[in-house]
Design a protein around this ligand. Structure first.
Ligand SMILES: NC(=O)c1ccc[n+]([C@@H]2O[C@H](COP(=O)([O-])OP(=O)(O)OC[C@H]3O[C@@H](n4cnc5c(N)ncnc54)[C@H](OP(=O)(O)O)[C@@H]3O)[C@@H](O)[C@H]2O)c1
Length: 346
């Protein structure tokens, strides 16, 4: 495994690939609420293998369940609980891993049961630590933009959590760039902890952060964690029949139960997957490895740390993805991928 410095704003090193817990390995059975049950044994094997492969960086969120999205209130928090339990069971030393979690989404039906206000955040960090059975989290993200809470309140409460020893570093996710700038300026002015990392969607099909967030990250020395780096599995090539050049849905894949995935089955995206398939064939690699290696090469080209966060359904998928850190793409590969996926101007 390679390790990268997460951002210019901190000295933290993380594996070049992070393991996500939004969707966990699942069983075919559903629970009484109709939600897929998580395959705990397979997730235990995934965590063990990830750790043995040197992946020290794990991403979760207070709302994640692992078998469903969006998550009903009856199921929130399960991914954190399971993660905490398995880390203990596997005897993984707390200090050897970097745990990121998030706050914002609804956790209770009452008026302050969600959001980024001080009351909710102070409550949820303690709940996350209980679920994870840990004394602190390494990175705490504001998961989404909360227009009801002033940026000053958000950055000030996150600063307090670092000072209280409950959180090591501050991150933000899915927040508009102008609000991030405001938060960072407030942090600088008042000597608060800076925003160290931004978490946004980034993959060959969605390069929109290259327009604003990547320049912003560079300007303020922040790193980036890229979610859905395989476009939820589409960039593995498994949704394309390369002979017929058309979309297909394999049995047991995420698209069978997440309806909105099919919205990405466009002509443009088909061209991207076909090009990735071709480069993978030429490089004796897999399309998933090419897609992840492309992000790592882009990070070097753009002069910013970008760590892809991958999800996996089993150990085989994990092992395939972990190999991507060793894949070198040539300048011709990068040019072809650039051409087929160029950022669209709105
Ligand atoms: N901040 C946010 O708002 C936000 C939003 C989304 C995600 N995230 C984070 O980012 C993480 C990753 O997101 P994601 O799950 O969308 O990532 P992704 O890596 O784009 O997609 C992962 C899915 O692709 C499929 N897959 C992976 N490797 C494969 C392989 N080798 N062969 C075939 N299929 C393969 C699996 O789905 P199937 O096997 O089920 O088809 C897997 O669950 C999440 O777990 C979460 O931690 C954050």
């Amino acid at each position: 495994m390679r390790y990268v410095k997460l951002s210019q704003n901190c000295g933290l090193f993380v594996s070049a690939l992070s393991l996500g817990t939004w969707h966990l390995p699942r069983l075919p059975e559903r629970d009484e609420a109709g939600v897929f049950k998580v395959d705990v044994d397979e997730f235990r094997r995934v965590l063990r293998r990830a750790y043995d492969l040197g992946m020290n960086f794990i991403d979760t969120a207070n709302r994640y369940h692992g078998g469903i999205s969006p998550v009903p209130l009856t199921h929130v928090g399960y991914a954190e609980k399971l993660l905490g339990r398995l880390i203990k069971e596997l005897n993984i030393h707390r200090e050897s891993i970097v745990i990121a979690t998030k706050v914002f989404g609804e956790m209770a039906p009452w008026p302050n049961g969600k959001g980024l206000n001080r009351k909710h955040v102070m409550w949820q960090i303690r709940e996350s630590l209980k679920r994870l059975d840990m004394e602190y989290v390494d990175i705490y993200y504001a998961h989404h933009y909360d227009p009801e809470t002033p940026p000053r309140e958000v950055i000030s409460v996150f600063n307090d959590l670092v000072r209280a020893g409950l959180v090591r570093y501050v991150g933000v996710s899915n927040i508009p760039p102008d609000v991030i700038v405001e938060m960072q300026m407030i942090a600088e002015r008042y000597g608060y902890e800076p925003i160290v990392v931004l978490q946004y969607r980034y993959n060959l099909m969605d390069r929109s952060i290259e327009r604003d967030l990547i320049p912003l990250a560079r300007r303020f020395g922040m790193g980036i964690t890229a979610y859905s780096p395989l476009a939820q599995g589409i960039l593995t090539g498994k949704y394309v029949d390369p002979v017929e050049r058309k979309w297909v849905i394999p049995r047991g894949s995420r698209a069978e139960y997440i309806q909105h995935l099919k919205e990405m089955f466009t002509e443009r995206n088909l061209r991207i997957v076909l090009e990735v398939l071709e480069i993978a064939r030429e490089r004796c690699a897999t399309p998933a490895q090419v897609s992840l290696a492309w992000i790592m090469h882009k990070a070097a080209e753009l002069g910013v740390s970008i760590v892809p966060i991958v999800g996996v359904s089993n150990v085989q998928q994990l092992e395939e993805l972990a190999e991507s850190v060793n894949l070198k793409l040539g300048s011709d590969d990068m040019r072809r991928l650039e051409e087929v996926s160029a950022v669209r101007t709105a």
